[in-house]
Design a protein around this ligand. Structure first.
Ligand code: KIV
Length: 282
């Protein structure tokens, strides 16, 4: 990415300064074409590992690979010019050690041109977050309902229902903020807990199924557009219903093809009309 391109983008410093200020707008993007449409409207484009479920049809985010995240991350960077692009580190690419996390995060930054990585986890990941940030890798944290831990959490249920669990999640948030993450996604927790975390930590919180009091909000774009309909979590507001529109367009195309109404004369390359033959000298 050129220096001019970098200069135009929202930076992590700008985002960090939005704590308690104008809410941060974040949407997921997985492709250059969608990134281009979303870019003028958002502060952050998150290349989330939710792409495993949304785009690839997996049951969870666990099968997503680093190469997949890099390919989609690079596409989103190419498709955008303004938003701060953050790419998820997938399951298994950072939990082993701070060194493994650095190696893989460095690949993500170098090969996609994104501004930061996001990783899931609390107290147990704080050392890794500190290791990365001290070595030039900006990190967005992700606590609460952390989908990569679906097997240990026993499902995708909202968290922080008991006092003990709430205290643990608050400690997770504090540990990740203290490790110098520049922002913190809070997913699927009780609203009062999200409010407490937002008041307690010095970095912006970005909620999804959390609280309107968070310093920003994120949604999965395919949920917001009504394109991903396998299930709709309680915290999603659909801003469009594109599912039926896609279906109608495909059906109209099929009808036109079957009745030889497509392509029309305007869609084909007709033979060039005969050019006048130049007169030749006798
Ligand atoms: O993977 C993702 O899309 C995410 C958001 C839901 C926060 O992590």
């Amino acid at each position: 990415m050129s220096a001019t391109a970098l200069a135009k983008r929202t930076t992590i410093t700008t985002l960090a300064a939005r704590k308690g200020g104008e809410p941060i707008v974040c949407l997921t993007a997985y492709s250059a074409s969608l990134a281009k449409l979303l870019d003028p409207h958002v502060d952050v484009l998150l290349v989330g590992d939710s792409l495993g479920m949304v785009l690839y049809g997996f049951d969870s985010t666990l099968p997503v690979t680093l190469d997949l995240m890099i390919a989609h991350g690079a596409a989103v960077v190419r498709g955008s010019t303004q938003a701060c692009v953050v790419v998820d580190l997938p399951f298994g690419s950072y939990q082993e050690s701070p060194q493994q996390a650095f190696r893989n995060a460095a690949r993500v930054l170098a090969e996609t041109g994104c501004a930061a990585v996001k990783l899931e986890g609390g107290v147990e990941m704080a050392e890794t977050v500190a290791y990365l940030t001290a070595r030039g890798v900006p990190v967005m944290g992700h606590i609460g309902l952390t989908p990569q831990s679906v097997n240990t959490l026993g499902g995708f249920r909202a968290r922080g229902r008991s006092v003990d669990e709430g205290e643990r999640i608050l400690a997770d948030a504090q540990a990740i903020a203290d490790a110098d993450a520049f922002a913190l996604v809070i997913e699927g927790v009780m609203e009062p807990l999200a409010d407490r975390i937002t008041a307690a930590v010095a970095v912006p919180t970005i909620g999804i199924g959390a609280s309107v009091a968070c310093d920003g909000q994120v949604l999965v774009t395919d949920d917001l557009l009504g394109l991903f309909t396998d299930f709709t979590p309680k915290f999603v507001r659909r801003y469009a219903e594109l599912g039926p529109t896609v279906s109608q367009a495909a059906s109209a195309f099929a009808e036109d093809v079957r009745h030889r109404r497509f392509p029309g004369p305007e869609h084909v390359f007709a033979a060039p009309s005969k050019a006048p033959v130049p007169e030749t000298a006798p």
